[in-house]
Design a protein around this ligand. Sequence first.
Ligand SMILES: Cc1cc2nc3c(=O)[nH]c(=O)nc-3n(C[C@H](O)[C@H](O)[C@H](O)COP(=O)(O)OP(=O)(O)OC[C@H]3O[C@@H](n4cnc5c(N)ncnc54)[C@H](O)[C@@H]3O)c2cc1C
Length: 495
Amino acid sequence: MDELDVILIGSGVMSANLGGLLKQLDPELRIELYEVTKELSQESSNGWNNAGTGHAGICEVAYTPDRGEDGEIKVDKAIEIFAEFEQTKQFWAYAVRTGMIDKPSEFINQVPHISFVYGQEQVDFLRSRYKGMSKHPFFSSMQYSEDPEQIRKWAPLLIEGRGDQPVAATFMEAGTDVNFGEVSRKLIHWLGEQGGCAYHVETRVTDLNRSNDGWEVTIKNMADGTIRQKRAKFVFIGAGGGSLPLLQKAGVDEIRGYGGFPIGGQWLICEKPEIVERHHAKVYGLSPGAAPTMAVPHLDSRVLEGKQALLFGPYAAWTTKFLHRGGSFFDLPGSIKFHNWLTLLKVGISNLPLVGYLIQQGLQSMNTRLKELRNFYPDAKAEDWKLIDAGIRVQAIKKEDGDAGIVHFGTEVVTSEDRSISALLGASPGASVCVNIVLEVARKCFGELFAKEDVQKKLLEMIPTLDVHSTTNSEKIAAFEKDSLSAEEALSLRK
Ligand SMILES: Cc1cc2nc3c(=O)[nH]c(=O)nc-3n(C[C@H](O)[C@H](O)[C@H](O)COP(=O)(O)OP(=O)(O)OC[C@H]3O[C@@H](n4cnc5c(N)ncnc54)[C@H](O)[C@@H]3O)c2cc1C
């Protein structure tokens, strides 16, 4: 039986970045990655299945919902996400500079990020958010306007055909559109070329059992049905919606009480060049009613497979599948176990508005969807748009002390006590902060490696902004800006 150091399950952005980082930090590691589909990175990380927003806290108004004691919007979360996305950019820039991956414009492009609101209450909210954000050096180049003519200059489709209700927008040039699937494929191809490493597609992980010093993993070749066993000291379950069932199979205690709650997604897409060419921005609005944060509507410029398109959505949809491609309608019922059924039931009861919202979203007509689009683009015509499927997010449901259990819209990292297996549940803010997330996994599970001085040095060489979180210290900010500029140059975001 093959003896490995690391097994990565799934070829999404999480496994790809963890594999790349670990192999850079310890070139001796023997790493294998298994992916059930025929091609790499076809689930949530696939460019069409997510919005491709490089979430940096710039435009996502849903990340800053609360007001502080002074009545102003609290912006700490936006600052935190900005610093975390910077870590992702830094690592990818390092990967480009050192030849691990190439052609950055195939996976990351500069697209302005706009927050757009309408109606007096929303305008007051955005003004307060801007006041807080623009005080921090990360967002010092952010512009704010309540003038429709200025907003028209930034994004004409938002204003044309609109009545005279109050509107407001913030604008930042330095946003990004990311094809997370493409960057994952590039990193995995690199990993596969390294000594002691390989990746295998059409290979499903069907079981995990503890072995003497790690895990015995059963893999099934989907093309010929053969079954093999592999052994590794550490397993990372980066299987997206497939992670919960695999963790349950592994039987780690830490998964007790966890459940999964799938939320499907759909986009309206427009590929008409005369419309697409008139909108060059990612425009995020405020969440309608009971919509969860990840279902906040946005009108996005996308660059996918060399083509430009406009996507609007996502519309949430009710589903019982955990995976878009390889999933089954039995995924949700199959994940209900003795230790989590009560949590799931209580979550269902205590989140009735969310359940109602999902059912209403799934049943809505094309006309209702267009009505929502016209809140952003008043002149939108039905014939220019068609509905397509997006990915599925399986939200982690967790039993909290004495509580009914809550739906976690963030990302949950579940690691066994002996640190031999780690998995990701949940999906937000997701792919953009993948480097920060997988570093948390790596630090926890490879303590000895991270204690080495040369490894720490290498880590800072790869991600120089690693220690900058929310500082306003002018020296640190100057260094941050220099590193950020250099990463943007490497990623061809600044010409
Ligand atoms: C509608 C939508 C919009 C989003 N928008 C954004 C956005 O704008 N910005 C952002 O940063 N994030 C966004 N996200 C979140 C982001 O897409 C995810 O956080 C990220 O792609 C998750 O990556 P992953 O590697 O964990 O999982 P995935 O990309 O889903 O990869 C998991 C892989 O594991 C494989 N797999 C599953 N089970 C097995 C098994 N048993 N054996 C072998 N392989 C298996 C799957 O086939 C898949 O390839 C969005 C998500 C959705 C659904």
